[in-house]
Design a protein around this ligand. Structure first.
Ligand code: FPP
Length: 262
């Protein structure tokens, strides 16, 4: 449990914008973590669940309101059948092991992705996780499962059409209402572990202005030290969202530009 002084410090950082409101993570490197230890890849995924739970708690302690993680991509179906079914089974194990604890700690769980293709058992586990945590607000954990950024845009367009939104009224804001992550603000900080430097079809729309942080740390090793390093790089970034910095680039009017210098 954190002291009230630590919590007050976190609140001040948050007010200054030094702490991201929403962190998104591509949890990469489970397989390599296991291979380095001569263990089956599944062991890496299992350790990955523990790293995820650690990270949810660490983010909540630091005043982060939303954490979104990439747990299973639309492309992960191409992995060997044994690994795919291992990951599906891990959902059931993870929910039965951690749901009660996370629910009691104030975590709201949302699942984003195409639930159509997963088994009834997995779908029911996700439904239960959402149902049991619906009133929680300490932190929202969105688990992207059978998710892809391109899938999300297509399903949002389809949903908008089905809702009868006229083409002329389909603005960015209106379309965003149909995206899978419409319950969260856009991520401020996008982290990828495992050493690869790419986005891999995660949050393509929402990450437009996210600060990116890549680390060689393999996901099962991700801990508070790694999280704090990512948060420190975020705090040092100068976010402009496409605008210019007025203090270094004063506005020069056309009239002032043609005036001879005094
Ligand atoms: C990428 O590592 C990781 C995944 C495809 C799965 C991520 C899943 C977890 C961390 C477990 C969380 C699961 C649930 C049920 C919430 P990789 O396998 O691509 O690793 P590699 O790049 O080293 O091969």
């Amino acid at each position: 449990m954190h002291s009230s002084t630590e919590r007050f410090g976190a609140a001040k950082d948050k007010a200054r914008g030094a702490v991201p409101r929403h962190v998104a993570i591509v949890m990469d490197g489970n397989g390599r973590w296991a291979s380095k230890r001569f263990m089956p890849r599944f062991v890496g995924h299992k350790q990955g669940v523990d790293a995820l739970v650690r990270t949810v708690r660490a983010c909540a302690d630091r005043g982060i309101d939303y954490l979104t993680v990439f747990a299973f991509s639309s492309e992960n179906w191409k992995r060997p059948q044994e690994e795919v079914s291992g990951l599906m089974g891990l959902v059931l194990v993870a929910v039965s092991k951690y749901l009660g604890k996370l629910a009691n700690e104030g975590v709201r769980i949302r699942i984003v992705g195409d639930r159509g293709a997963v088994s009834d058992k997995v779908r029911e586990a996700w439904d239960e996780a959402e149902r049991r945590t619906v009133l929680n607000r300490r932190i929202t954990l969105s688990v992207a499962f059978n998710y892809g950024g391109r899938w999300d845009m297509v399903q949002a367009c389809r949903a908008a059409i089905e809702a009868g939104v006229p083409a002329a009224e389909l603005t960015e804001e209106r379309l965003a209402e149909f995206l899978a992550l419409s319950h969260a603000p856009d991520p401020d900080l996008f982290i990828r572990t495992g050493g690869e430097v790419r986005i891999s079809n995660f949050l393509l729309w929402q990450a437009a202005y996210s600060e990116l942080h890549f680390t060689d740390c393999l996901w099962p090793d991700f801990d508070e030290v790694e999280l704090d390093a990512a948060l420190a790089t975020f705090a040092a970034r100068d976010r402009r969202f496409g605008a210019i910095k007025t203090e270094v680039a004063p506005v020069v009017t056309a009239a002032a530009a043609v005036q001879p210098a005094a």
